[in-house]
Design a binder for this molecule. Structure first.
Ligand code: C2E
Ligand code: MG
Ligand code: MG
Ligand code: MG
Length: 291
């Protein structure tokens, strides 16, 4: 039985981390410290208008400046945070920091500030009875109108009935928008769109990045679905001009990806906002004749 238990535990082990089990437990303890010691920080990736490259929003993405391991990506510690319950204080820290950042951009850049800020929310947050109240309190504290916040959930998490769905409705009632992240990779997508108050879908990058010949049917079906249901659609993970061009042709209005901009520190995004920069895709620029 011990062997089986061990095997089960190993299944929950994050294979992306080349560490031993005890390192893993250690990471949990370190994460607790990281949240209170200010080792976490947020990067912001612009969301752009596909036709002209205007920055219409940004997504907050958490990083951990680990004292000895360097900067850690969320995939290496969010699962640990979820298993240990640290996702709740971590999630609150992310919301507070992101809201404060948006308030600061609005104060500094006014109209040029991102119209909306997307923030990822974990399944655990959504199950918590006080979550919508906490969001409302943070909005009030930072004097941010609810319509400037988009909370991103994933399909796998929102499927849970009960408190999660109640929270989604309460958030929607506040005026916060709900986005379905990694759209197309979950299990009961269509049921979810029917049962939950969803405002936006983010087409998963596995579809935007499929070789062009194979990609069109799914991406086309998803934008059609969004149009029929009146949902905002964002194409994720756009890395090439070719992908951007084809998504625009299919009817996508908004996109996010390395082709336009990588996740960046808030100061850098502020510079872009201040300069009124358009992350203008090469395909819409006149041919300069340069190599
Ligand atoms: P996500 O929400 O789907 O975020 C998009 C991920 O794709 C980000 O990875 C981003 O850096 C990456 N990405 C953006 N453009 C491109 C591209 O053109 N090509 C490729 N290959 N990748 C691109 P990141 O920052 O490592 O985040 C990974 C995941 O961790 C996120 O996926 C999200 O599910 C989760 N996450 C990030 N921040 C938070 C947070 O504050 N709270 C929670 N609960 N989860 C978070
Ligand atoms: Mg996201
Ligand atoms: Mg995503
Ligand atoms: Mg993702």
């Amino acid at each position: 039985a011990a062997k089986k238990l061990h095997g089960t535990a190993y299944l929950h082990y994050d294979p992306t981390m080349a560490t031993t089990g005890s390192d893993h437990a250690h990471l949990g303890a370190e994460l607790r410290e990281a949240i209170t010691d200010g080792q976490l920080f947020l990067l912001y990736q612009p969301i752009v208008s596909l036709d002209d490259g205007r920055i219409i929003g940004a997504e907050a993405l958490v990083r951990w400046a680990h004292p000895t391991r360097g900067t850690l990506a969320p995939d290496s510690f969010i699962p640990v945070a979820e298993r240990t319950g640290l996702i709740v204080p971590l999630g609150r820290w992310v919301l507070r920091t992101a809201f404060a950042q948006l308030a600061s951009w609005i104060a500094e850049y006014d109209e040029a500030a991102p119209r909306v800020l997307n923030v990822n929310v974990s399944a655990r947050d959504l199950r918590e009875a006080g979550f919508a109240d906490a969001v409302a309190a943070l909005l009030a504290e930072h004097r941010i109108t609810a319509d400037r916040i988009v909370l991103e959930i994933t399909e796998t998490m929102a499927v849970e009935p009960g408190q999660s769905v109640t929270n989604l409705h309460r958030l929607r009632a506040l005026g916060v928008r709900i986005s379905l992240d990694d759209f197309g990779t979950g299990h009961s997508t269509l049921t979810l769109l029917h049962d939950c108050p969803i405002d936006e879908i983010k087409l998963d990058r596995s579809f935007t990045q499929t070789p062009i010949d194979n990609r069109v049917p799914i991406s086309a079906a998803v934008i059609h679905l969004a149009q029929v249901l009146g949902l905002h659609a964002v194409a994720e993970g756009v890395e090439t001009a070719e992908q951007a061009e084809q998504l625009l042709e299919l009817g996508y209005l908004a996109a996010q990806g390395y082709y336009f901009a990588r996740p960046m520190p808030p100061v850098r995004l502020g510079e872009l906002l201040g300069a009124g920069v358009s992350l203008t895709p090469a395909f819409s620029q006149p041919d300069t004749g340069l190599p």
